[in-house]
Design a protein around this ligand. Structure first.
Ligand SMILES: Nc1ncnc2c1ncn2[C@@H]1O[C@H](COP(=O)(O)OP(=O)(O)OP(=O)(O)O)[C@@H](O)[C@H]1O
Ligand SMILES: [Mg+2]
Length: 367
């Protein structure tokens, strides 16, 4: 019959095509069978796991990634529940591959045949501290900075007051100097204020917040000022539950992100979107189930993208790629998102830059 020829073609070609499609993907993809043995690795996975397909296929995944890696538990859970799972900010460590931070998606294969795993390397602000001494060092530097800021501000206000007193009887020429003293002390106080903001580790006050109301407020503020010639597009998930958050800080987070988007894309389009992702969790090594971060808010612009040289340090204070940039906006975003126990990350290419914020959900009936 005439159908037999097309049928054989259809049967052989997709197999080939599927493999080359998987090889073309930049993300590592690994399929394991029910016994936890690797059955397939795409090209990116071979690079990630530092081995060729012949060396990897047939080996147990636990031989390559240590048994206490959260990945194994995730595969088990996906197979047991028959559902796809994803987890953010998982630290994967192995002698051959070093320590990498990834988002993991695991989908069970039908009929208990195993599972397929996709890994996405992440540039997140909450690089879960790999070494506790590093964390302690950061903490004592922060404490020192806080004390310094506090102590320097007192004498500064004295200096400023004295300059103001001198100003009264000063000549025109001298007044220029006293003004200079005032302006410069104000600048130092401003700098110290922003330093104190990062060193403040007190827990924030949280209650259920409607993130759409926050985004609309931010949009109005932006459109009336720095984003007056931009087009705003919104794509809200109407069923989005409330955030367990602090409204003032959430406003500041999205105002900073929208300001960056506006500055990156003059006259461009800024897209604000929300989505509910119940599978998203933050995996803290050794801390059981991890924090649920199901609320996703994205701010997207069609500007030229984040400069390559800044990508690794984008959320650090004083990192800026524009002439008048202070480099504080994203550091504040990272701090405030961190205060919520959330995650912020970005993906950027020319004409499409997306900052994603993952936040916890308020418990029903308030938190
Ligand atoms: N949406 C974006 N598109 C392209 N580059 C961006 C974007 N957002 C941030 N950047 C880059 O990251 C840098 C740091 O941003 P950040 O908000 O921390 O500081 P800033 O905008 O320079 O100054 P400010 O303290 O006033 O916010 C920017 O200078 C810019 O180079
Ligand atoms: Mg900024």
């Amino acid at each position: 019959m005439t159908v037999s020829k097309p049928l054989t073609l259809v049967r052989s070609e997709p197999r080939l095509a599927a493999e080359s499609i998987l090889d073309a993907l930049p993300s590592p993809i690994v399929a394991v069978d029910a016994a936890g043995r690797i059955r397939f690795v795409n090209a990116a996975a071979q690079q990630f796991l530092a081995g060729g397909a012949p060396a990897l296929v047939g080996r147990a995944l636990v031989d390559i990634l240590p048994a206490d890696s959260p990945l194994h538990g995730l595969i088990e859970r996906a197979r047991a529940t028959g559902r796809s799972l994803s987890e953010y900010a998982v630290s994967i460590e192995a002698p051959r591959i070093g320590n990498r931070l990834v988002a993991i998606e695991v989908a069970p294969l039908p009929e208990g045949l195993g599972a397929v795993v996709a890994l996405h390397e992440q540039q997140v602000t909450r690089k879960l501290d790999r070494q506790s001494n590093q964390r302690d060092a950061a903490r004592s530097v922060a404490a020192m900075a806080a004390v310094l800021a506090h102590e320097v501000k007192n004498p500064l206000s004295g200096i400023r007051g004295a300059a103001q007193l001198l100003e009264r009887g000063a000549t025109q020429a001298d007044r220029q100097l006293t003004e200079l003293i005032r302006q410069e002390t104000d600048r130092i106080v401003g700098l110290l204020d922003s330093m104190e903001l990062f060193t403040d580790t007190r827990p924030i006050e949280r209650r259920p917040v409607n993130v759409h109301e926050v985004l609309d407020h931010v949009r109005r503020v932006a459109a009336a000022g720095f984003a007056y010639d931009h087009r705003f597009v919104t794509a809200y998930d109407p069923s989005l539950p409330a955030v367990d958050g602090n409204r003032d800080r959430l406003v500041q987070i999205f105002l900073n992100l929208v300001k960056n988007a506006a500055e990156a894309a003059p006259g461009g389009t800024i897209r604000l979107a929300t989505a509910y992702r119940p599978g998203m969790r933050l995996a803290v090594p050794g801390a059981g189930a991890g924090t649920q971060l199901p609320l996703l808010v994205t701010v997207e612009d069609n500007g030229p993208g984040v400069p390559d040289a800044l990508r690794d340090r984008l959320f650090d204070p004083f990192v800026a790629g524009k002439p008048n940039g202070k480099g504080l906006g994203l550091a504040v975003v990272a701090k405030y998102v961190g205060d919520h126990g959330g995650i912020v990350e970005f993906a950027s290419e020319p004409r499409r830059t997306i900052f994603s914020v993952l936040l916890p959900m308020a418990r029903e009936g308030g938190s």
